[in-house]
Design a protein around this ligand. Structure first.
Ligand SMILES: Cc1ncc(COP(=O)(O)O)c(C=O)c1O
Length: 412
């Protein structure tokens, strides 16, 4: 029986992370200690040699950054259409108008010709997402948007990647990181802003300190999340037909609200959940800190698995000169995506579907998000054809070869 592989079910968790979660469940004093937040900010600050200010999530970090940079009504922010709606929501909450830029079909970053067309006199900000961990051409982007536009890097897929030895996150005016469950390092939930300018950093810190605490109940449940997945994953497919232990556990997990809601219902209507933005959870900061110490090893494994996919599939994701990508996931465009995902599932492999629709949003949300259908044709095409192959630490090169073999006949 071949091993089960899940791209999104707590993919970064190791025994020491489980031990830490369990310790924090038992020791409330340690879980609530503000020293945890300070320790994570210190380590991030050392890593980037720029101040780090943590929040409940990356979306809140982005919202707070826009505010700290003095965003005002009428300002425009350039955003990738091939991304997640929570980033666009944060811009709208801050009163800024999102202007969506198309992607290219090979690297899934900005289509630079399209970007050039979208810059106007009202452009004040640009978010640069290094999709799947492949660095964007920061020098060209700066040249296109001009010296006045504030560049914020989105490291959701790319923490640890670099260009010519310079870390992503230090190549713009600021950056956001997420510690979401399926991202580069996981604290289940959380995020940080990284800021170049000391005055903006101070503003951001003061703003963050004025925010409400992360709800303790949410943090306590989140601590169970990696433990729960570590129990479910090995037995997920045990059972008969569709009646598997995994399905039962997942149903139970949702009932007990252990999985939390990464996107709350009201966010699909572009509304801001009342509790956002908030301070980070000290307990979840400690989980993220433990993972940060393992970042280089995690990314080396991802790079090795990506190189197996590249060799086996004969598909190379083009990189800019001197780029060192991390390949959080390995994206491929396939014919008949539904069928490919099902074939993988039949082989106990759950692959990914970033970004299965523009802004990963249901059709009803797109109008509210200000996206005009047909305006980013490449992103629409990629959304329809893309799947993401797992590169995480629980995937071996033998697993990657097995996955590649299943996917290869459907490659576009
Ligand atoms: C590219 C990208 N950036 C940022 C975020 C936001 O992260 P968070 O869930 O911490 O707000 C996401 C969401 O999942 C994302 O996919």
């Amino acid at each position: 029986m071949s091993k089960s592989i899940f791209i999104a079910a707590s993919p970064n968790t190791e025994p020491d992370d489980l031990e830490l979660s369990w310790k924090l469940i038992k020791n409330k004093k340690q879980a609530d200690s503000l020293a945890n937040v300070e320790a994570l900010e210190l380590k991030l600050g050392e890593y980037f040699t720029r101040p780090a200010i943590c929040f409940d999530s990356a979306r809140s970090s982005f919202y707070s950054l826009l505010k700290a940079f003095g965003a005002k009504e009428g300002d425009e922010v350039l955003l990738p259409a091939f991304s997640c709606m929570v980033v666009a929501n944060a811009a709208i909450w801050a009163g800024v108008k999102p202007v969506y830029v198309d992607c290219d079909r090979e690297h899934f970053g900005y289509d630079l010709a399209n970007l050039r067309n979208k810059v106007t006199a009202a452009t004040k900000f640009i978010m640069v997402q290094h999709s799947f961990g492949s660095p964007e051409d920061m020098a060209q982007i700066r040249e296109i948007v001009g010296p006045e536009v504030i560049i914020i890097e989105d490291l959701a897929h790319a923490l640890g990647a670099s260009i010519a030895g310079e870390k992503l996150g230090t190549l713009g005016d600021a950056a956001i990181i997420t510690f979401g469950i399926e991202k580069v390092i996981s604290g289940v939930r959380g995020g940080s802003a990284i800021v170049k300018d000391a005055t903006i950093a101070k503003k951001l810190q003061d703003f963050r300190n004025s925010l409400p605490d992360f709800p303790k109940q949410k943090a306590r449940l989140a601590l169970w999340n990696p433990i729960f997945w570590s129990i479910i994953n090995p037995v997920y497919y045990l059972g008969i037909g569709k009646m598997t232990l995994g399905r039962l556990f997942v149903w139970l997990g949702h009932k007990l609200n252990i999985f939390g809601n990464m996107i709350e219902d009201c966010e699909y209507d572009v509304c801001k959940p009342e509790w956002l933005p908030a301070k980070p959870s000290p307990a979840l900061c400690l989980l993220a800190l433990n993972q940060l110490q393992k970042l280089a090893r995690f990314n080396n494994i991802r790079r090795c698995n990506a190189s197996v996919y590249q060799d086996e599939l004969g598909r190379v994701i083009p990189q800019i000169p001197n780029a060192k990508p991390i390949f959080l996931r390995f994206p491929v465009l396939v014919d008949n995506k539904v069928k490919v995902l099902q074939i993988l599932k039949n082989n106990r492999i759950v692959a990914g579907d970033w970004y299965k629709s523009i802004l990963f949003a249901p059709a009803k949300s797109l109008k509210k998000l200000g996206y005009i259908k047909g305006s980013c044709p490449n992103a629409e095409y990629c959304s329809a054809q893309i799947i993401n192959l797992p590169t995480h630490i629980h995937v071996s090169d033998i697993d990657a070869k097995r996955i590649a073999k299943l996917v290869k006949p459907f490659l576009l």
